[in-house]
Design a protein around this ligand. Structure first.
Ligand SMILES: [Zn+2]
Length: 189
């Protein structure tokens, strides 16, 4: 596997993630890519990395957007809301930036993608409808994105003991490596 680890090092350097503690899921995805395509140029890997981020952001948007619509009765898709935006600026890095409102989705971690998308949706609902979403049913406070047990959650700062977790943001993240239904949809390849 010496070839694979060399390749992995080289690719992670290409996406500016060298030496980072990456989620297991990312490493599994990379080894699957290597098994399927073998050595590939850095530029091609950067494309795939971006496509993966984009896919995760869109999948998270569908789930979280649906719950926002159900809870607020407001539409979160439409022409006036370009909900997920992708841009590539060489100065910002080799893989481009996926954005939702002013929130940048720049992580390969699925939970953090869900958290970023949730913040973008929250910002959209506030700026577009002047509605606070989501709200704690017990305390009436607007909720904040947090992380617990490696998943993104909505947190309330009310109550004793410095707040509480209200619920998961993405209740059923697709986990099966290589079998993710979201992968491949709407990305170039
Ligand atoms: Zn609360």
């Amino acid at each position: 596997m010496a070839n694979f680890s060399d390749w992995q090092d080289r690719m992670l350097r290409a996406v500016w993630r060298q030496g980072e503690n990456l989620p297991e899921e990312v490493l599994v995805w990379m080894s699957e890519l290597y098994d399927e395509f073998g050595d590939m140029p850095e530029s091609e890997f950067c494309e795939l990395w971006t496509a993966r981020t984009f896919c995760m952001a869109r999948a998270a948007f569908e789930v979280i957007g649906r719950s926002a619509e159900e809870e607020t009765g407001k539409e979160v898709t439409g022409e006036e809301f370009c909900y997920i935006d992708y841009s590539r600026d060489p100065e910002q890095g080799p893989v481009g930036v996926v954005r939702i409102k002013s929130v940048e989705v720049s992580t390969p971690d699925r939970a953090e993608v869900a958290g970023a998308v949730a913040e973008g949706l929250q910002e959209f609902i506030m700026s577009h409808y002047r509605v606070v979403w989501p709200v704690c049913g017990r305390h009436g406070h607007g909720l904040h994105v947090g992380y617990a047990r490696e998943s993104a959650v909505w947190k309330c700062e009310g109550g004793d003991g410095g707040g509480h977790v209200v619920r998961a943001i993405d209740p059923a993240p697709p986990q099966a490596p290589g079998q993710s239904p979201s992968r491949g949809s709407g990305s170039g390849r």
